[in-house]
Design a protein around this ligand. Sequence first.
Ligand code: FAD
Length: 405
Amino acid sequence: MNKPKILILGAGYGGIITATRLQKTLSANEAEITLVNKNSYHYQTTWLHENAAGTLHHDRTRIQIKDVINPNKVNFIQDTVVEIKHEEKKVVLEHGELEYDYLVLGLGFESETFGIKGLKEHAFSIASINQAREIKEHIEYTFSKYHTTPADKRDELLTIIVGGAGFTGIEFVGELGNRVPELCKEFDIDREKVRIICVEAAPMVLPGFDPELVEYAVSALEKKGVEFKIGTAIKECTEEGIVVAKGDDVEEIKAATVVWAAGVRGSALVEEAGFETMRGRLKVTEHMRVPGHDNVFIVGDSALIINEEINRPYPPTAQIAIQQGFNVAHNLAVLVRGKGELQEFKPDLKGVLCSLGHDDAIGVAFDKKLTGWSASFMKKMSDNRYLFILGGLGLVLKKGKFNIF
Ligand code: FAD
């Protein structure tokens, strides 16, 4: 009998956990498992803001797929997915085509600019190793040009705008708060001349977070030299900077660096496949499947699941993507073997932690509010725990975070 073909697209948190769990559960003669990813590596998306600020080298963030995948169990193909033909059970890659019996979509998120003029063209976004590396190099370049640029054009070189005071924006300005003094020292620049401006259209920083923790975060970041413009919308991004509006007040801020960290959506490929989505996110069944397509699963940021308690979608997070990977691997093993029980997916939220640089953080863990050193420590331990799940102690020792202070 032919072995069922399981095809996993994307080696983000959801995809790589599905693949590594399946290789532990199924033997090589039970299924033919293939993982496709555009890079040879998996990366910890939750660390990209550190790579973008230049506080952590990107090699710490990425993990070569061959180091965690057993080639006798999982066939890894480095290629880019260009089309999903679910009617024909085929996926088109840049360099070929693959057939499947079961498909797992783990293609992650894309930046969403909500149609704001010029953002796509002129702003950076923190969505991949390549983009993070580009931001780091760009900021260093702007600092390096300071002393050789005419005096009337210098200030904007040292102005960094971050659009969005949600999780990503706050974590990024926290890292910049640590990095900017180092850059100033390296390029002989007075710290007072550098501006890090965080612009947020909502009336508060970190919407949804506990107000006491938010107050702590704002005060800690202001001490690191971050300016906040809250209740202020970015109207346009140009080559020169941004145009913002607060009520009727419109202001142009000249800046050589604009980073958009305010919106994400699911992969466009899921939408283009003809499935019904909301900004690339698809409301999955209780077993993480596409309704009406029992052989197609979704993990990670393209999957939309509803928190019944508040009747709103769960925010897309790595924590949930990892748990979905476990769930889908279990359910696939049940289907392949034709025995056992399918498990419903229910997120088991352990808490939420937001870093404010490598030495500070806020969050809630085990129902306790944490700030400062203890929150930062918990966040690093949770990062190390993920590395342990993925690649055991060896991977923790190679890539883990041990700088406690
Ligand atoms: P992703 O991590 O998005 O990865 C998708 C993978 O698919 C990538 O490897 C990509 O290369 C690959 N891929 C995409 N398109 C193609 C294609 N066409 N062909 C082949 N391969 C493709 N969440 C938390 O829980 N805690 C945090 O502290 C946290 N911090 C964050 C900080 C930042 C700066 C950012 C940007 C996000 C943060 N998040 C956090 C959110 C979290 O990172 C995402 O929810 C998570 O990455 C989603 O995982 P995923 O499995 O959907 O795949």
